[in-house]
Design a binder for this molecule. Structure first.
Ligand code: AHR
Length: 495
């Protein structure tokens, strides 16, 4: 067996862990909102119809930030439909998913939910079928105290204090031909700059996210980012990127090595943003928001055009395996490795739709396999990211060639040191962790997510089948095939 060696040093730092890396996403799509987070009449629902069993799991997951209300949905959405007396709200045809939107849940319900979940909202505006005026008015509704029509309308709707939403997405995936009202990079760059300018006139303290590519493999990738930023560099703080990994797209080994793709994608977006910075001779650096990412069995998606219009259809409710959980853990490792520029992440989505949390209407809520690496990384990854030096065996993939079988990153926060590691290969690998730079280190907890059968899933009938094993950490461990690990140590704090 070839051994993997991982060496850590307190001076090999990447940057601080931004808590916004552990975000998620709630879209009006399928059963994410309706019968997901919101189900009046459910035995566990509160007076406002919010499922308290789901809220408890969201808090346990450790989600910090939640993007809302879409996704493709936002590109046809009228936010005004979802506020005010529920009985007056219209039923609309949602063009993105060809579903009926009852509008029983809207902005103020979401903000109440976000408060109970303890998450920061990340609000998206519609730049598909709407524009500058509606975006600015939404900021006014949310963030101004009183004395203007939109602020006073919010008060009339029973919300006296401003929501004070800091982060705003300027549309969604505007490069995608599937997007309602999709635009060219030139058109979108100008619109994002104009909308951002007006939104900042309402509230100069907001942070703005421009749409980057909806996938690293889009034919317009990189040229899109460069053109958009050439128009909107001064208005925006973040550039978004979306990346989903389909277990059925390439060979299985390539899927297990998906984080290789994310590493390259993030590096390329950083390079493109810095190219525009140099071209425009600016000093500000654009940060990255990976505001949709996950494993998604995308090849199983039935396109909206091929479905009948339905009310709350069960869409893309993927059931995740042990392998999927290892990949999710590895994608989080990749995100932490880029923590100097990638500071926002939103796993897509939170409930039912390609989600860590599943529910049954009127029934239970449970944790999918991917819940566990997310929850423990969100809990343990704190302080500063450290980049380890790693040597070890390689594995062969059909799409990415030879790649390291072991991948890892670490964080240090006072006396807490945690190593996050995966074995993405199919052979067990002994791992030696060199902590000579941390004299006096002591072992803590070692969480292991692994199973002999990598296809195991959690279901409503068997919700605890896949859960991490808790062991004592050590600098000498054996990483089983296709496994995820969090190894904690107590170290002596620097004087
Ligand atoms: O998360 C599902 C969909 O994936 C979102 O609506 C869209 O933004 C992306 O293509």
């Amino acid at each position: 067996m070839t051994v993997a060696r991982l060496t850590l040093d307190p001076s090999f730092t990447v940057g601080p862990v931004d808590r916004r890396l552990f975000g998620s996403f709630v879209e009006h799509m399928g059963r994410c909102v309706y019968t997901g987070v919101f189900e009046p009449g459910h035995p566990g629902a509160d007076d406002g119809g919010l499922r308290t069993d789901v809220l408890e799991l969201v808090r346990e997951l450790g989600v910090t930030t939640v993007r809302y209300p879409g996704g493709n949905f936002v590109s046809g959405y009228r936010w005004e439909d979802g506020v005010g007396p529920v009985g007056d709200r219209p039923r609309r045809l949602d063009l993105a998913w060809r579903s009926i939107e009852s509008n029983a849940f809207g902005l103020n319900e979401f903000m109440r939910w976000a408060g109970l979940a303890g998450v920061e909202p990340m609000m998206a505006v519609n730049l598909g079928t709407r524009g500058v005026a509606e975006a600015a008015e939404l900021v006014e509704y949310c963030n101004l105290d009183t004395g203007t029509a939109a602020a006073d309308l919010r008060r009339k709707h029973g919300v006296a204090r401003p929501h004070d939403i800091r982060m705003w997405c300027l549309g969604n995936e505007m490069d995608g031909p599937w997007q309602i009202g999709n635009l060219t990079a030139e058109e979108y760059g100008r619109l994002a700059a104009r909308a951002g300018h007006a939104m900042r006139r309402v509230d100069p303290g907001i942070e703005l996210v421009a749409c980057g590519s909806s996938d690293g493999d889009m034919p317009t990738f990189a040229a899109w980012e460069a053109t958009v930023l050439e128009h909107a560099y001064d208005q925006v703080d973040y550039l978004s990127l979306h990346s989903y990994y389909d277990p059925e797209r390439y060979d299985e080994a390539s899927f297990r090595a998906s984080a290789v793709h994310l590493d390259e994608f993030v590096d390329a977006v950083v390079a493109t943003a810095d190219f525009v910075r140099a071209k425009l001779r600016r000093t500000k650096r654009i940060r990255l928001a990976l505001d949709e990412w996950n494993v998604w069995y995308k090849s199983r998606l039935v396109e909206p055009e091929d479905r009948d219009i339905e009310d709350t259809p069960a869409l893309i409710e993927d059931e995740y395996t042990v392998t999927d959980a290892m990949v999710v853990g590895n994608l989080l490792i990749s995100m932490l490795r880029h923590a100097d520029r990638l500071t926002v992440g939103c796993q897509a989505q939170l409930v039912n739709i390609i989600a860590p949390i599943r529910t049954l209407p009127g029934g239970p809520a449970w944790r999918q396999t991917i819940f566990h690496p997310f929850a423990h990384t969100a809990r343990l990854a704190r302080g500063t990211v450290l980049l380890p030096a790693i040597t070890g065996p390689a594995m062969t993939t059909g799409h990415y060639g030879e790649v390291p079988a072991v991948d890892a990153v670490a964080t240090v926060d006072g006396t807490a040191l945690t190593v996050f590691a995966v074995n993405r290969g199919t052979e067990p690998i002994p791992l030696h962790i060199d902590l000579r730079a941390f004299p006096g280190h002591r072992p803590g907890e070692h969480l292991v997510l692994a199973a002999d059968d990598h296809r195991l899933t959690n279901t409503a009938a068997d919700p605890q089948r896949v859960t991490p094993d808790v062991r004592r950490s050590s600098t000498e461990v054996l990483l089983p095939p296709v496994s995820w690990h969090a190894l904690s140590f107590t170290i002596e704090e620097k004087p």
